[in-house]
Design a protein around this ligand. Sequence first.
Ligand code: AMP
Ligand code: MG
Length: 341
Amino acid sequence: MNQISTKLLHDSPEDLRIASELLRNGELVAIPTETVYGLGADARNETAVRAIFAAKGRPADNPLIVHIADLDMLEQIALEIPEIAIRLAEQFWSGALTMIFKKRPEIPSVTSGGLDTVGVRMPSHPVAREIIRLSGCPIAAPSANRSGLPSPTTAKHVLDDMNGRIAAVVDGGQCEVGVESTVICFDDPETIHILRPGCISLEDLQPFAEKIYIDKAIFEQISPDAKVASPGMKYKHYSPKTKILPVDAPDFESFSDYVKSHAQNGTYCLLFDSDPDIPGIPCMRYGDTGIAQAHDLFLRFRELDEVGARLAYVRMPRQTGADLSVYNRLMRAAGFEVIKL
Ligand code: AMP
Ligand code: MG
């Protein structure tokens, strides 16, 4: 990896122009989106896309999501856009929904991780939209973290992982959603298959499909050799250095009793906002509801590393609505290991 220094850009018209020019020239630029920061490159430029995989240390079979600014761009990259996708786009774009389509040959196989499909999303973040529009490129952008680590929700997180490995990062403030988009594919013209939960939930999508279901890989560990609908689900993901251990407890008292009797040097707790303190144990908090938890989860993971925590016992989020996205990131960070009380 060449040791260039990474430019820190802001959201001024001049900086957005610089960012889009870098992208047009095949460079890597991290951009803010409403979900997490994305590591962008021109999705049609094979060399630039290969550089994304190298900068992240991402397995080559894990496909990238392509970000667009308008529906004309969708037609340039997707073949066969089903009616259900158009209804979903009308409702949820711009926003945190990624849909999988058959890909056009203009999207190289390296972008799609060797699949003949491509994941597409139209972000709502005005900075992301403007950079895509100015560059005129569909932008392939996975989360802008080193592979396996928590996704970045600030420009500082991006620099912590990527300084010297990418041309620039555009600082657009803290991401509003905080976890990655909901990813869906269509098994048939009326069936939605949820491959990754996000803040757009099964309940939100249900009115648009005759059938809808969640992939079983959301709930269990998938072996690295398994053939799965969404290759990203196989890999260890979202993990800080701190060991993350979710505790499935019937109430706060049993959680607190368990932690007090097991805590050692370097043990922290990640609690709901409404939980009281646990005397003698350092605690961080990550909200009470799925939306608030999603906003803070990756931030807290990175803070745990910063304070040098060795182990964090985490209060278990719910598994319904947008909360499922938090549950999924937490379980993946924990490698599906849970303390069940
Ligand atoms: P990330 O870039 O880290 O947000 O990860 C993107 C996620 O979208 C991964 O879990 C991929 O497996 C999934 N994904 C992207 N494109 C496709 C595709 N064509 N088919 C299935 N899953 C996809
Ligand atoms: Mg990622």
